[in-house]
Write a protein that binds this ligand. Structure first.
Ligand SMILES: [Zn+2]
Ligand SMILES: [Zn+2]
Length: 398
């Protein structure tokens, strides 16, 4: 049997950890890139063309990979190869990884753990990073959470980013990879450089959140809930038992706790008339829309007919949240808002404060996700195997 790039990549992963999964992340898919320079991050990387090993590159070798017509060419000081479908750069161990920058200068150099798969698509290059899930999680936490947080905060972010990745790993299946590297999935810009994040990922290695049916949860989060989170069904039509409204006293003085937006009376009234067919001649309705002060989170603005859903108002006017009051003084309408984001699941600024105050990451996760369990991902494989036995050998259980 010939050792192809994928088999080598697979064996490297096995040697790293018997259970660690490898995710295929579509990277830089939002850009059109024709040529890149790829280097090994540490030690050597093997180079494959259409699955056949062609040689290797060192830390100081730049391998210039270019789309040229219907093929991909790759050149370094010691290599000159061409591939019809794909070029792969595979490090000796999956944690070593590679560095990459675009030749056209649009992309600053980035280091990635794992291997790189480059294919041709529409005249440009397409990149896929096959990365062990723990290294991917550290990269995502670094990109999504930012610097200088308490260790417990990085731990809970590690658990939620890992859970999200496993729960959504089929999101880009039709395109041939698992997740993209943008906000559509989770922001991922390569290897994590921050020790405190790497330690938090290691401390929670393999840990994910499941619901009572042992299904991975949709670990949604947002910046600031304004003091109260929402039920999932208040935002989408689907109800989730673990995404329930909860009171959050921890985020009230955080950076994104408050916002203000002002309109002229004509702009505000005009919007409500055009969008909802409400008439400003209807005094009773309009009095409520010009001075509206909810005591807790509402789903509708006042009690009009037709109803004005706050989630539509937020979307139309690009407001930070659906949680706001309206006050009219003369010709000026002021929206005084609380929170930032959709308000479902974990409130990041509340969680940061709880972590600073010494709460454990498990307590914080239980504060925002109702009745969830933290389990090692390998136990999920165990439960799946358990389930598979009666499904094949026994009677149907529905
Ligand atoms: Zn995506
Ligand atoms: Zn909050």
């Amino acid at each position: 049997m010939r050792l192809t790039a994928s088999i080598l990549s697979f064996l490297l992963t096995l040697s790293l950890s018997a259970q660690e999964r490898v995710l295929r992340i579509g990277i830089l898919r939002d850009k059109t890139i024709h040529a890149v320079l790829v280097m090994s991050a540490k030690g050597t990387c093997a180079v494959f063309a259409d699955g056949e090993r062609k040689g290797e590159i060192q830390v100081n070798d730049g391998l210039r990979i270019e789309a040229s017509g219907r093929s991909i060419t790759a050149k370094s000081l010691g290599l000159s190869i061409s591939a019809k479908r794909r070029i792969e750069v595979v490090p000796r161990t999956a944690t070593n990884g590679f560095r990459m920058r675009s030749v056209e200068g649009k992309l600053p150099e980035r280091a990635y753990p794992g291997s790189l798969d480059i294919s041709l698509e529409g005249g440009g290059l397409q990149f896929t990073n096959a990365v062990p899930i723990e290294a991917y999680t550290a990269g995502v936490v670094q990109a999504e959470a930012g610097k200088e947080h308490a260790a417990e905060y990085y731990k809970l972010q590690s658990v939620s980013c890992r859970t999200y990745a496993l729960c959504n790993h089929r999101k880009h299946a039709p395109q041939g990879f698992d997740l993209c590297d943008g906000v559509h999935c989770q922001v991922y810009q390569g290897a994590c450089k921050q020790d405190s994040i790497r330690q938090a990922v290691e401390a929670t290695r393999g840990m994910v959140m499941v619901d009572p049916d042992i299904k991975l949860i949709h670990a949604l989060f947002h910046s600031n809930c304004g003091g109260e989170t929402l039920n999932a069904e208040d935002l989408w039509s689907k109800q989730e038992p673990y995404l329930r409204a909860t009171i959050d006293p921890y985020c009230r003085n955080a950076p994104h706790a408050n916002w203000t937006r002002t309109y002229t009376r004509k702009e505000w009234v005009g919007y409500l008339e055009r969008r909802y067919g409400l008439h400003s001649t209807d005094q009773e309705h309009f009095a409520a829309l010009l001075n509206y002060d909810p005591t807790c989170r509402d789903l509708y603005l006042g009690n009009t007919f037709p109803l004005v859903p706050l989630k539509n108002v937020r979307e139309d006017l690009k407001l930070n949240s659906t949680y706001f009051s309206v006050k009219t003084t003369g010709d000026q309408v002021t929206l005084q808002g609380r929170g930032f984001g959709h308000g479902v699941g974990l409130c990041q600024e509340g969680a940061m404060r709880m972590a600073r105050e010494g709460k454990s990451y498990t307590d914080i996760l239980h504060q925002y996700y109702t009745d969830v369990h933290l389990v090692d991902v390998s136990t999920l494989d165990f439960f799946r195997e358990e389930e598979a036995v009666p499904a094949i050998a026994g009677p149907r259980r529905d």
